[in-house]
Write a protein of this length. Structure first.
Length: 173
């Protein structure tokens, strides 16, 4: 049996539309979408030559899927600066990549409807493998210009020190 929440009155699961992303100790403004956190463990089949024709299955290597962050295009250069640490067009030969600091750990915080932090994941050793500076531009469209970065990573872990918060009660409501 798993652990049960301490808030017996909350029956609703948390929503997916309130969240924050943090790196370098500060929140990244304007992030509107974070792709799924997903890991896959390969299955390894094996059998002994004297066994019947069935086989055994055991876990093999575990891989963590890349994470994509999206946000509206602004003058904030956070996505671009990080992407340029992996490949900086126009730099001197031998200086195209910032080997000392192209990786970052990031934090993804899920918030409840009242804006309280309820679930936190730490994502380790991320680096930008894809950077989309601008989307398709279309004079007939009516949409926000979105930039994206794709982050390769070496794993993530839930921060179990984050406890379920006491949900607020509105007075005089």
């Amino acid at each position: 049996m798993g652990d049960f929440a301490t808030n017996a009155r909350r029956l609703d699961p948390y929503k997916n539309f309130k969240f924050r992303v943090k790196w370098d100790g500060r929140y990244v403004l304007g992030v509107s979408k974070v792709s799924v956190l997903k890991r896959t463990t390969e299955m390894v089949k094996h059998r002994s030559g004297g066994d019947p024709s069935g086989s055994f299955k055991s876990p093999g290597r575990t891989e963590y899927d890349a994470i994509t962050l999206e946000r509206g295009v602004t003058h904030d250069r956070g996505f671009e600066s990080w992407a340029n640490k992996v490949w900086d067009y126009g730099s001197q030969p031998g200086g195209e990549m910032s080997l000392a600091d192209f990786r970052k750990d990031i934090i993804i915080e899920l918030l409840n409807e009242a804006g309280q932090v309820v679930v936190v994941y730490n994502v380790y050793r991320c680096w930008v493998s894809e950077y989309q500076a601008l989307p398709d531009l279309d004079a007939n469209a009516n949409a926000i210009a979105i930039s994206k970065i794709k982050l390769e990573n070496e794993g993530w872990q839930r921060d179990i020190a984050v406890a379920e918060p006491k949900e607020p009660v509105l007075a005089n409501a």
